[in-house]
Design a protein around this ligand. Structure first.
Ligand SMILES: NC(=O)c1ccc[n+]([C@@H]2O[C@H](COP(=O)([O-])OP(=O)(O)OC[C@H]3O[C@@H](n4cnc5c(N)ncnc54)[C@H](OP(=O)(O)O)[C@@H]3O)[C@@H](O)[C@H]2O)c1
Length: 260
């Protein structure tokens, strides 16, 4: 697998706050000094990161496919060394299906957490495969959630969007098996961040969440080791119980399909 220590250029979406920002800052401080491209919507946060020496690009991942393509083309042209992408942008909405449901939030949550990631992966993959064919190890690192494995009913669409991204990642890993493009996955537990601010649950959750600094230290260890799955805290047990062996089966399915 690929260690983040070997990366020359890392793009991080969702880098303007929480987990994405903390990881982007830690990666930029690695002794190997990779170029880190921080991506998000809030320009003032990007400006702060630029002062710390990170490259920054503003993007709303809910943009049209053409706009995402323009973004990917410009990034590849400006940063031909780009070899690793961490997909951390995400939103979380609470829904009660016994009451009125704002379907625009349902669609938007799926777009941000799942569809945009798939679109960006498809747009960056030819570049990464071409670097990989030249012997460079590349990595695609979606950030999913423990709720991808066991859903939380009050954030049911969020849980489904992360389950979709997790499933997609397992399949993509099997498809890319014999290439130098490695699919890893960061699966956070409940972590201190701005994610839950919209529903007034932050204060209650702060009694249970893992402090961001502790989470970032543990996740950086996984990224440096090149772990395929970076699980932390209570997610390690959940992963062992429900996910063990899935990759091997997906690989077998893929192999059979290739033999047809
Ligand atoms: N914190 C947790 O408990 C937890 C647990 C499991 C998984 N996760 C996952 O970890 C990732 C990071 O979350 P976090 O907890 O660090 O939350 P956060 O602090 O709210 O960060 C979310 C990031 O996503 C970006 N983002 C949201 N909508 C976007 C859009 N339309 N276009 C571009 N960027 C957008 C935000 O930047 P802008 O607003 O500047 O665009 C922000 O940088 C998410 O994928 C989340 O689902 C978090």
């Amino acid at each position: 697998m690929t260690s983040i220590k070997d990366s020359k250029c890392v793009l991080v979406t969702g880098a303007t706050s929480g987990i994405g920002r903390a990881l982007a800052q830690c990666i930029a401080r690695l002794p190997s000094k990779p170029c880190v491209i921080a991506v998000g919507r809030r320009q003032e946060r990007l400006d702060e990161l630029a002062k710390e020496g990170l490259e920054t690009v503003q993007l709303d991942v809910e943009a049209s496919y053409d706009a995402l393509k323009k973004f990917a083309d410009e990034i590849i042209l400006k940063y031909p060394n780009l070899d690793s992408i961490i997909f951390c942008a995400g939103v979380q909405h609470e829904f009660n299906f016994k009451g009125e449901v704002d379907l625009s939030n349902v669609v938007s949550e799926i777009n941000i957490n799942y569809t945009s990631v798939v679109a960006l992966i498809s747009l960056f993959l030819p570049h990464l495969l071409s670097l990989g064919a030249q012997g460079r190890k590349c990595s695609i690192i979606p950030v999913t959630s423990g709720l991808a494995i066991v859903p939380a009913p009050w954030v049911l669409n969020y849980s489904a969007s992360k389950a979709a991204l997790h499933s997609f990642s397992v399949s993509l890993r099997a498809q890319l098996k014999n290439t130098n493009v490695h699919v890893m996955e960061v699966i956070p537990p409940l972590v201190e961040s701005e994610l839950h601010d919209a529903y007034g649950t932050t204060e209650k959750l702060s009694r249970f969440w893992m402090p961001l600094e502790e989470y970032t230290t543990k996740t950086m260890e996984g990224l440096e080791n090149g772990d395929v799955y970076i699980t932390t805290g209570n997610i390690q047990g959940v992963f062992e119980k429900f996910e063990k062996g899935k990759d091997e089966l997906a690989e077998q399915f893929q192999k059979r399909r290739e033999e047809w």
